[in-house]
Design a protein around this ligand. Sequence first.
Ligand code: FAD
Length: 313
Amino acid sequence: MDYDVAIIGGGAAGLGAATTLARSLRRVVVIDAGEPRNAPAAGAHNLLGREGINPLELLATGRQEALGYGAGFIDGTVVSAQRHADGFRLGLADGTGIGARRIVLATGLVDELPEVPGLREYWGSRVLHCPYCHGWEVRGKEIGVLATSPMSAHGTLLFRQLSDRVTVFLQPGVEFEDETWEQLAALGVQVIEGRMLRLREAAGDGETQLEAVIAGERETTFRMDALAVAPRFRSRGDLYQQLGGTLSEHPMGEVIPAGMMGVTDLPGVWAAGNAGDLKATVSVAHGAGVEAGGAVNADLVAEDARQAVLARR
Ligand SMILES: Cc1cc2nc3c(=O)[nH]c(=O)nc-3n(C[C@H](O)[C@H](O)[C@H](O)COP(=O)(O)OP(=O)(O)OC[C@H]3O[C@@H](n4cnc5c(N)ncnc54)[C@H](O)[C@@H]3O)c2cc1C
């Protein structure tokens, strides 16, 4: 085998696993396609010691740290994974391949955004999903919430904690419970019913704003500083599926079922970060990578000890 461990994905989770394994003197490689989820955001928040750092700068620093301990990096995409007697064979998009005794899936997730023309353009800047990641930056501002499911009621309350100027855009087919209507009325949250047809930038007094066009007998427009949405989160689980795994349905999307320390139901395969936990933020994903790295090392230590005993006999 070329490596003890191949880590697929070089985001916060993959780097956490890489550094842990490299510091344990494991032959480890990270194969990374270089598209971390938070790349569109200007800063990463709620991080110990690195508050507000540019997400790509954070990962570049983490990569240097892992390199310093001897981890290898390949910029590329893993397109196939197969089990071999003594580990795994991974195929890359450029036609090359590598072998590893264990693999860590740190492939992140795909944010499936609501289909409103113009919305994707502002994803990560003015179109937001996480009040803990970006809420402080829009505190006190005019915030819209695109309600695409009854679960948007919860998100509305979280953003209402940050601003008393919150408007819900209730999309056709979504119904709120009576209790929700009562809460929104009590908290002074305006609700506008009608399909959001498109989103565009509009000049404001000072900074530009977002302008939503809402369907109705007559189209109306509404301006806001930020729009909160709830994407469907789809774990990048194709390699896990190729190896025989089945993704789990989750109220927020679908996910690789990962247990304690990232263990999966496939022997030799761990999952860390958003691949196995849709809610994980950067610190949580990094911590999960560190934990999975430790678990993989322990598994290899046990196997190495078994083999040493057999060789001695
Ligand atoms: C817009 C936005 C802003 C956010 N802001 C914050 C914030 O301020 N603070 C915070 O804590 N969290 C924030 N988050 C959440 C944060 O992005 C995630 O918690 C974090 O990226 C998860 O790390 P990860 O390593 O699991 O996945 P990712 O960071 O997504 O990394 C996965 C990596 O794997 C690579 N990859 C995937 N498949 C393959 C493959 N087959 N072969 C090779 N490489 C592959 C990808 O290209 C990517 O580089 C934000 C999320 C979004 C969408």
